[in-house]
Design a protein around this ligand. Structure first.
Ligand SMILES: [Zn+2]
Length: 512
């Protein structure tokens, strides 16, 4: 299981000057200064995808004190460290708008599966669930910096539980909503970038639109945006997208449909309709955007399959399983009541036990629910979403994720959607991974290769970059991401983490 076996060692063959990792890590140090490496170095010979979507161009890039200080055809100074990156592409490193590394980062677990994809900034606290108080989580990361940068949302469901406790299976009263809005403001003042929600999940699902609008408005007051796992990602997806737009319109803040998808057969093929809805909203002045992961399968708990929440109703359960194309499309990833189910589909388990899929589902939810991967999206829709100007790449992954998106998202887009299928140009794909999410997060000096910007950089081979993670081996690392820097400090090189931990907590500017 050696990491080097999983990651192609291409760079030393390609490059006459293979940069010694030790020199870099030495410079970066372990308790790295806020801006990482204090040393100057020049990357020569790479083609630059600068993050804006402009065509690739050949240029040298100098990094000093963690920032980009020169771009162009200049010659490196005598004695300056030089990295010859001929045949490689240099891009701003990737900013993941939907990431679940919270727990891993909280445990100080290595983020190798993230940086090995070229990700150097993650936005956590997603789907309505964040650390609370936000300040405590961020302070811990400030004290024990991780390998990459972290920004956090404040979670709608987290706050709902703070105010309503166990009595959350109802609409909140006006007094409770006022309390929740005040806590959103506290979260924003503590450094959150946005309000997240997971209206399909149990705690969030009882919230009225008006409750969410008031909380969103509180986030917007501080310059934040609203990012939502919308109320329904199945048959009622389009209605739920309309609700998202209404929250943006009434809450007067930017909104994002996170991990946008059409997850059941009755809505397959409707991506163009969804994009039209978003475009019309944008024309009316609603700042709506989306992010999308590059897989036809989602990952969640089993309860989300039945929108009526009647998990023991054979009719509703039967309809839900039908909408997802049957138990053959539903792979169990976690089931505490019987760990042997892990890795099997509902169809396989039901057959082996001689019971119906419906009865099996009802029994499993009754016995504590489980994790499931649903193979229920189609490529045509994913393509339409990715080709929409305002869609960013996101992983919905994170450290230790049991879905291949946790380790493979970014190389997969570059290898499969750019190189193989040609859905996107390389430059546009990089824009969707860098400047677009930086803009949404109001990171004013990241996400673009520009003089004065922070040197969060990735060097990759456009001819070989590819994901290797699968549903069987979700943590298998990718190929072709050669080097990654966070604030000028090298964190990933020669298929291994360097040990540097220069990550910063990023708190977007607050509205005055
Ligand atoms: Zn979600």
């Amino acid at each position: 299981m050696s990491r080097t076996l999983r990651c192609a060692m291409a760079i030393c063959v390609l490059l006459p000057l293979c940069w010694p990792v030790a020199a870099q890590t030495g410079a970066a140090g372990s308790g790295v200064a806020p801006n990482g490496n204090t040393k100057s170095f020049v990357i020569t010979g790479a083609r630059i995808a600068d993050g804006t979507g402009k065509p690739l161009r050949a240029a040298n890039v100098r990094v000093e004190n963690g920032r980009i200080t020169k771009i162009g055809g200049f010659k490196p100074k005598k004695h300056e460290s030089v990295l010859d990156a001929t045949r490689l592409v240099l891009a701003p490193a990737f900013i993941d708008r939907h990431n679940h590394s919270d727990r891993g980062l909280g445990r100080n677990a290595p983020a190798d599966s993230q940086i090995s994809q070229g990700i150097t900034t993650v936005l956590v606290g997603q789907d309505g669930g964040s650390a609370w108080p936000v300040s405590e989580f961020l302070d811990k990361l400030r004290k024990e910096p991780p390998q990459l940068n972290v920004a956090s949302c404040v979670g709608h469901a987290t706050i709902r539980r703070q105010v309503m406790g166990e009595d959350y299976k109802r609409e909140a009263t006006p007094e409770e909503v006022a309390k929740m809005a005040a806590l959103v403001e506290q979260g924003m003042q503590d450094g959150a970038a946005c309000l997240s929600s997971g209206l399909e999940y149990i705690v969030g699902s009882y919230a009225s639109t008006s409750e969410v609008v008031q909380m969103a408005r509180a986030a917007g007051k501080h310059g934040g945006f609203y990012i939502s796992h919308i109320r329904d990602e199945a048959n009622k997806t389009l209605e739920s997208m309309r609700e998202l737009i209404a929250i943006g319109e009434q809450g007067t803040l930017p909104v994002q449909n996170t991990h946008v998808k059409l997850g059941t057969m009755p809505v397959w093929g409707k991506a163009a309709e969804a994009v039209k809805l978003f475009d019309e909203a944008r024309k009316r002045g609603v700042d709506v955007s989306a992010d999308c992961y590059p897989y036809e399968a989602w990952s969640s708990n089993m309860r989300v399959l039945v929108p009526s929440k009647r998990w023991d109703d054979p009719v509703d359960v039967g309809q839900a399983l039908k909408d997802y194309g049957g138990g053959k499309n539903l792979l169990v990833t976690e089931y505490r009541a019987n760990p042997e189910y892990r890795g099997k589909t509902l169809e396989e388990i039901a057959k082996s036990r001689g019971i119906s899929e419906v009865d099996l589902y009802i029994e499993m939810v009754k016995n504590g629910d489980g994790g499931v991967i649903g193979k229920s999206m189609i490529e045509d829709d994913i393509k339409v979403f990715y080709q929409w100007k305002w869609t960013m790449v996101s992983s919905d992954g994170g450290i230790g994720m049991r879905h291949p998106r946790g380790a493979g998202t970014y190389p997969r887009v570059l290898g499969r959607y750019v190189r193989e299928k040609k859905w996107l140009t390389l430059e546009d794909a990089v824009r969707k991974m860098t400047s677009l999410p930086a803009w949404r997060l109001k990171l004013k000096d990241r996400g673009t290769i520009k003089k004065g910007y922070v040197a969060d950089l990735v060097l990759f081979n456009p001819d070989t970059v590819i994901d290797n993670s699968t549903f069987e081996e979700p943590e298998k690392l990718s190929t072709g991401i050669e080097k990654v820097w966070v604030g000028g400090a090298l964190v990933w090189s020669e298929c291994a983490a360097t040990g540097a931990r220069p990550g910063q907590v990023l708190t977007p500017p607050q509205k005055k």
